[in-house]
Structures are given as C-alpha cells and as structure tokens.
Design a protein around this ligand. Structure first.
Ligand code: 5GP
Length: 194
C-alpha cells in the first residue's frame, strides 16, 4: 500500500536492524485516515472469503482490525493479554512470546465471541517471527472456527514468521513488506508497490 510505505519512510524510526518504531501513526498515536484506507485494503483482499469475524491482539491491532471489520460489516474481537495464568473456563487461551517485550503472555478470548462456524480473519500490526499469529490461530482452533486469512500491516520479510506461516498454507496479505532495516535505512521488498 503506497500511502503506508510513504508514511513508514517519512515517520518510521529504525531502532535497530530488527525493530521499527511507528508510534506516530500506528503504535501510539493513530492516523484514522490511514487506518481507514488499511481497513478498505484488507477488506478488498479478503472480500471473497466469507469472513464472519475479525480477530486481533490488544492493543495495536485494534485500530486496523476495527476498520477492516467496519468495511466487511462484521464484528472485531481483540484477544486480551494477561501475564498471570489464572484459569477461566469461559475463555479460549494460548501462550505468546512477545517479540518486543521479550516476555511470555497468555492471550485469551471469551467463548462468547468466537465459535465453530466462524470464518476468521486475523489482523496484526507487525509480523516478525509469527508468534502472535500462531497464538491467535491456536485460539481459532480451540473455538473450532476456520482461519480464513491473516492481514498484516507491516511484515518484516527478513524475519522468519512470514515464510513459516505461508509454509503452513496460511493466506497472508501484508500491506507493506520490509526487506531490510540495516544501516538505519528502511528498504521495502521490490515487488511490494501496490
Ligand atoms: P511476532 O509474534 O510475529 O514475532 O511479532 C509480532 C508482534 O510483535 C506484533 O504484534 C508487534 O506488536 C510486535 N513487533 C514485532 N516487531 C516489531 C517492530 O519492529 N516494531 C514494533 N513496533 N512492534 C513489533
């Protein structure tokens, strides 16, 4: 998505050769116009999949997930992160290792908001090693729902998550794919210009 790429180049800060900071439009302050266009783009790419629910992880996935759900005319559900392992019978839960915080979180969704028969579109802000998507897909499996696809705002193509998940046959659409963050420079994948 060209507008997203331009925004990443303009406002993204390279924190290291593996971490990009985009606090000014995605992870702290939110640009609603850009979010709206992201939602339209995801909805367009997954329109034929019969999505019944958009699922994400708090907190940075919520804005793009809500915009996508609005476009598709379905609810958005966000998994909650909890550090404790308190068990609750009315929850689907999975463990996720957080890439940026380097800690394990339990993520959970109430059984009230996901069920068998749901066609689920997962949305997240970044794709690095794929742990967040794996945790969310574990929850989809527990609910006996179907994982119809995954929409990622920024995929770091130089990390393993995208390849690992595509090898599992998961349909992933990323709005921007970064090839490298080395030398303080953001480089996109060459074919990634839509
Ligand atoms: P994964 O689970 O794929 O290893 O990492 C994805 C999660 O880690 C995303 O939900 C996102 O919150 C966070 N993340 C991974 N890489 C980055 C990054 O370069 N910048 C930011 N802001 N978040 C990241």
């Amino acid at each position: 998505m060209r507008r997203l790429q331009e925004r990443i180049l303009r406002d993204g800060r390279v924190l290291s050769s593996t971490v990009l900071k985009v606090d000014s439009f995605l992870n702290h302050q939110i640009d609603p116009e850009l979010m709206k266009e992201m939602g339209e783009t995801f909805a367009h790419r997954f329109r034929e999949k019969g999505i019944t629910k958009v699922v994400t992880l708090e907190s940075s996935g919520i804005a793009p997930a809500a915009m996508t759900a609005l476009e598709l005319g379905v609810p958005a559900v966000f998994a909650r992160k909890r550090k404790s392992l308190t068990l609750a019978d009315d929850l689907y839960s999975a463990e996720v290792y957080s890439y940026t915080k380097q800690e394990r979180n339990q993520i959970s969704i109430s059984r009230d908001f996901l069920s068998s028969g749901d066609q689920v579109l997962l949305i997240d802000d970044f794709l690095a090693n794929g742990q967040a998507v794996l945790g969310l897909s574990e929850i989809v499996k527990q609910a006996d729902a179907t994982l119809a696809g995954v929409g990622i705002v920024i995929e770091k193509g130089f990390q393993d998550g995208g390849r690992m998940l595509r090898e599992k046959g998961i349909h992933i659409e990323s709005l921007a794919i970064i090839d490298s963050l080395s030398d303080q420079k953001i480089r996109f994948q060459k074919e990634d210009v839509t």
